[in-house]
Write a protein that binds this ligand. Structure first.
Ligand code: CA
Length: 378
């Protein structure tokens, strides 16, 4: 099938191998602290109010936006090494560094002893290959300075059809042959997703966040922006910063991971089978959105069902603390997040990053819209 062939192509873009789940270092400033600056006053991890969208926004029927508070979190995943005493320690070093190489080359083992016959205190052995999944490292502190809205679920086929007038999904029916309009829309490219959010903005009387004027074709059908690659999908907000746009848009990678974690610091915000449709329980297909348990902020399917496009180009992390990062200014691929119905647990965690070309339309990738909440008039 088309989507399965596409999946093989998608897997080929992964530059890294498999690894076990990782743990993120607890280091999250709470939202109340940020609230002191006039953004949000709720403590971290507390439920956030649901917003039905701004009053002027005729969102598709049934679509709900959740208000995500401003705050800080640790983005990415640290390497976890185990000391000879069995203690797990995060190792915050850049992949490929000499320190990491020494730690993972196996020079130190549980049998290592010092001259006195005691195990060397600094001798560590590898728990997992820290050079695998290196694009999630180094973990670094990110601050989201403004609250924003994020759709409570992936965009459904019904919502897409209402806004765009077609349905590009591969899984148009469920396993019993009934219409699957509550399932996520998929087989949408990054450009399709951007076009959808632009249309939401148009319906709401808000500025479009992406300039797709140079693209040819129709969203969800044959929208093609390849020939205008240098200018396509230019962010219309000042300095090309999508978070400065007042309209609907895709979340940044940082916003997506921050929202997915909802104050948690581990790989997942709950037990995988209870929160996500993955290859272990999905039966080789998508499922209606919102049928798995949400995270603490009321977001469903952040893990599983379909991958979700972010607006960021794929690029390497650095250890520097960042505020409202938007990814590299250019690149070869874009990043989607969250794994899908087709993927195993090796791919299903808050920090995992999938790299794919903006033009691909896979049965495994969908999206959910976001919108910045400004505290000052724009
Ligand atoms: Ca998802």
């Amino acid at each position: 099938m088309k989507h399965l062939l596409s999946l093989l192509a998608l897997c080929s873009v992964l530059a890294t191998g498999c690894a076990h789940q990782s743990t993120v270092t607890p280091d999250r400033a709470d939202a109340a602290k940020d609230g002191a600056a006039g953004t949000d006053s709720r403590p971290a991890g507390s439920p956030v109010e649901e917003a039905s969208g701004p009053a002027e926004a005729p969102l598709p029927s049934g679509m709900k936006m959740v208000k995500i508070p401003a705050g800080s979190f640790v983005m990415g995943a640290p390497c976890r090494l185990v000391t000879v005493e069995g203690e797990e320690k995060p190792v915050e070093v850049d992949p490929g560094s000499a320190v990491l190489e020494k730690a993972i080359t196996g020079r130190c083992t549980e049998d290592d002893t010092d001259k006195s016959g005691n195990k060397a205190a600094d001798c560590q052995k590898k728990k997992e290959d820290c050079d695998t999944w290196r694009n999630e490292r180094p973990a670094h502190t990110v601050t989201i300075s403004r609250p924003f809205l994020l759709a409570a679920t992936e965009t459904t086929q019904k919502e897409w059809s209402e806004v765009m007038g077609n349905n590009p999904a591969h899984f148009k029916t469920d396993a019993s042959g009934q219409p699957a309009e509550s399932n996520p829309v998929e087989q949408v490219s990054l450009w399709d997703a951007m076009a959808y959010t632009n249309t939401l903005s148009e319906r709401a009387g808000l500025p479009a966040c992406y300039d797709l004027s140079a693209c040819k074709g129709s969203p969800g059908v044959d929208l093609d922006c390849i020939k205008s690659f240098s200018s396509v999908a230019a962010v219309t907000a000042p300095d090309g910063n999508p978070t400065a746009c007042t309209g609907y848009r895709l979340p940044t990678e940082a916003e997506w991971e921050y929202a997915a974690r909802a104050g948690t610091t581990g790989p997942l915000y709950g037990e995988l089978g209870r929160i996500a449709w993955t290859v272990d329980n999905a039966g080789d297909r998508t499922h209606p959105v919102g049928t798995k348990e949400p995270n603490a902020w009321g977001l469903h399917d952040m893990i599983g069902n379909v991958w979700e496009w972010t607006g960021d180009w794929d690029g390497r992390y650095s250890s520097d603390a960042k505020t409202d990062p938007t990814g590299p200014s250019r690149g070869a691929n874009r990043v989607s997040r969250g794994c899908s119905w087709h993927y195993t647990t090796d791919y299903c965690r808050a920090s995992f990053r999938m790299s794919a070309g903006a033009m691909v339309r896979f049965g495994t990738i969908g999206f959910r819209p976001a919108r910045t909440l400004f505290t000052q008039p724009q």
